[in-house]
Design a protein around this ligand. Sequence first.
Ligand code: ADP
Ligand code: MG
Length: 249
Amino acid sequence: MSLLETRGLTKTFGGLRALSDVNLSVEQGELVSLIGPNGAGKSTLINVITGRLRPSDGDIRYDGQDIVGMDPHEIAQLGVGRTFQTASIFPERTVRENVEIAAHAVEEGSFSVNFFRRRDYFDDVIERTDTVLETIELEDEQELEAKSLPYGDKRRLEVAIGLATGPDLMFMDEPTAGMSPTETEMTVELIEQLREEWGMTICLVEHDMDVIFGVSDRIFVLNEGELIADGTPSEIRENETVREAYLGS
Ligand code: ADP
Ligand code: MG
């Protein structure tokens, strides 16, 4: 049984088919990538799987369980995580508090700053926060306000927030966007570390083809909402349809 499986997954926005009959499966421990031009449906696919959007049609099974119609926090509790966009960071809070909110939220069911009105910080929240800060190498920045971080560190905080929810399967939507080559390299190392040391299953959306072809076990290619190819990096490189539709050669 695959860890994640979609069948006939479709999402329409008015007349637009953002996802059209997508069938894919991800195995435990795999690092898969999702590529395709802007507007291909990559973020929509993540939003539908993580429960932020409801599919118009189709099935999604995670670990054998039908997750269509579940709330995002219920899906997160099952072990499906995602990196969060900078917009979901609490700018006035410290780096540490941002990670603690996420570590706590997965137990509590929603993100809330009210957490800080409570005195009973759970030991496991603190422990998880420490581990995440160490892994993401944000320990030295933990007492800084999130808004004061340089761009690359903000992007890493997004990953830290995703990680703090303790996922088995993590979606990373363009984690290196806007990063310098050095920051990109650090992020790639982190992705490999999450997979090798944490045994995490990862689904990566990324525009940098060197990154994609370097780290992926398998690549899914979306074009106008349709899954037009699925294969190993070398299979995808050789795939005529993909070359015509996307790689431009
Ligand atoms: P990608 O992440 O591959 O760039 P998206 O999944 O963001 O693509 O978008 C796929 C298509 O769906 C685009 O045409 C986009 O404009 C549209 N779309 C995405 N989200 C919404 C939404 N909430 N409402 C209406 N249209 C949307
Ligand atoms: Mg996107």
